[in-house]
Write a protein that binds this ligand. Structure first.
Ligand code: NAI
Ligand code: MG
Length: 368
């Protein structure tokens, strides 16, 4: 197979700052491990608008379609707030997600030991936590037709959204979840509301079908989503992979992410259908935005973006050992007490800069 290709889109604000640290990590892996990535870089968001008058040039879109994985920083900023909707920086990101048909959104919730006291939950509830929520991203109630606000002809109005899923939409996201589980602890919990929603009954039946036909080796359980929400805050470590629809996944993934703390620590991935080489189409990005309030000051935490690259190692390139090594380096640096300002809270200790954090992680890799 040819070298794996990686398209880097740093974007705006702190995007280029955190991506510079990821590049150091990529360089380390190229130098010390047998993983020679073909790395290309291009523009997205406001940066692309400034150069091309569009937040995502067609040529960039074409490169993204061909890349084995796309790694994105963040887009947007006050400079672009007054632009027309069609050319706003966010449109660049939405175009990527739509044209790559990224239907599975992966949001991990993992606890770093040194930050366990940062959680809003008790230490022993989150200590060692490592779960993954897979949210269906391109269908369900956010997209279903009919939708809209209309007169009800009795002097009032009626708002309509349609929660609709097809067999194939459910099966493909279920497959993504089972594939991930095989690279993790081999367990999937599917969540819906089959007690009150027909689309939930179909969801449960189809996830079960994919399991029985294609992934009988993976442990599958089902849970009603409201009960799942309770279990997630009560005993989150019982889960490995959770798969759920767009609406429930939106809420559950945000709640789960906050079990472990700062926005500067949260990676994500969005996956699509497998390409010819068997790898899924994939976009990796930190959950945070361009953070204009701290951009250009060396205050951004690069860990969310570095962990997004760790996800790419595991889920696009089957480099699970390398991903574990990188996570271990992050863990080690945090254990040494290094903190960017977002991880210091009220403590007021000395903070390290974005590049000092990146350098320390690379140094920890070297030792690992
Ligand atoms: P934001 O995530 O950029 O910032 C929220 C708060 O968290 C800010 O106080 C920021 O300083 C802090 N923060 C975020 N990432 C951090 C990091 N890595 N290290 C340390 N602190 C960090 O969200 P906000 O302020 O709502 O949006 C700012 C801009 O980003 C807007 O233009 C928005 O449209 C865009 N945005 C882009 C996203 C993307 O590219 N995926 C996602 C969310 C927002
Ligand atoms: Mg949300």
């Amino acid at each position: 197979m040819p070298n794996p290709s990686l398209l880097i889109l740093p974007g705006d604000g702190i995007g280029p700052e955190v991506m510079a640290e990821v590049r150091k990590v990529i360089a380390w892996f190229s130098d010390h491990r047998d993983v020679a990535f073909e790395v290309a870089e291009d523009l997205v968001g406001g940066a692309a608008y400034d150069k091309h008058g569009t937040p995502l040039a067609d040529a960039t879109m074409a490169r993204a379609q061909k890349a084995d994985a796309v790694l994105l920083g963040a887009v947007g900023g006050p400079k672009y707030d007054k632009l027309d909707f069609a050319v706003k920086p966010e449109r660049g990101l939405l175009r990527l997600r739509k044209e790559m048909d990224l239907f599975a959104n992966l949001r991990p919730a993992q606890c770093f030991e040194a930050l366990a006291d940062f959680s809003s939950l008790k230490r022993d509830i989150v200590s060692g936590l490592d779960i993954m929520i897979v949210r269906e991203l391109t269908s369900g109630v956010y997209f279903g037709e009919p939708r809209g606000i209309a007169d009800d002809n009795e002097g009032g109005r009626v708002g309509t959204n349609t929660h609709r899923y097809t067999t194939e939409e459910i099966r493909r996201v279920a497959r993504s979840a089972f594939e991930l589980a095989r690279k993790r602890d081999n367990r999937v919990c599917s969540m819906e509301k089959s007690n009150v929603m027909e689309a939930g009954i179909l969801w449960r039946e189809e996830v079960q079908w994919v399991h029985d036909e294609e992934y009988p080796d993976v442990e599958l359980t089902h849970m009603l989503a409201d009960s799942g929400a309770m279990q997630l805050v009560r005993r989150p470590k019982q889960f490995d992979v959770i798969v759920t629809d767009n609406l429930f996944g939106d809420l559950l993934s945000d709640a789960a992410a906050m079990l472990t703390g700062s926005l500067g620590m949260l990676p994500s991935a969005s996956l699509g259908a497998p390409m010819e080489n068997g790898r899924p189409k994939a976009l990796y990005e930190p959950v945070h935005g361009s953070a204009p309030d701290i951009a250009g000051q060396g205050k951004a935490n690069p860990i969310a973006c570095i962990l997004s690259f760790a996800m790419a190692l595991r889920y696009s390139f089957d480099l699970g050992d390398e991903a574990t090594l990188l996570k271990g380096a992050v863990e080690a640096v945090l254990a040494q007490g290094l903190r960017t300002p977002d991880l210091l809270g009220e403590e007021g200790r000395d903070a390290v800069t974005t590049s000092e954090m990146g350098d320390a992680i690379v140094a920890a890799l070297g030792a690992g």
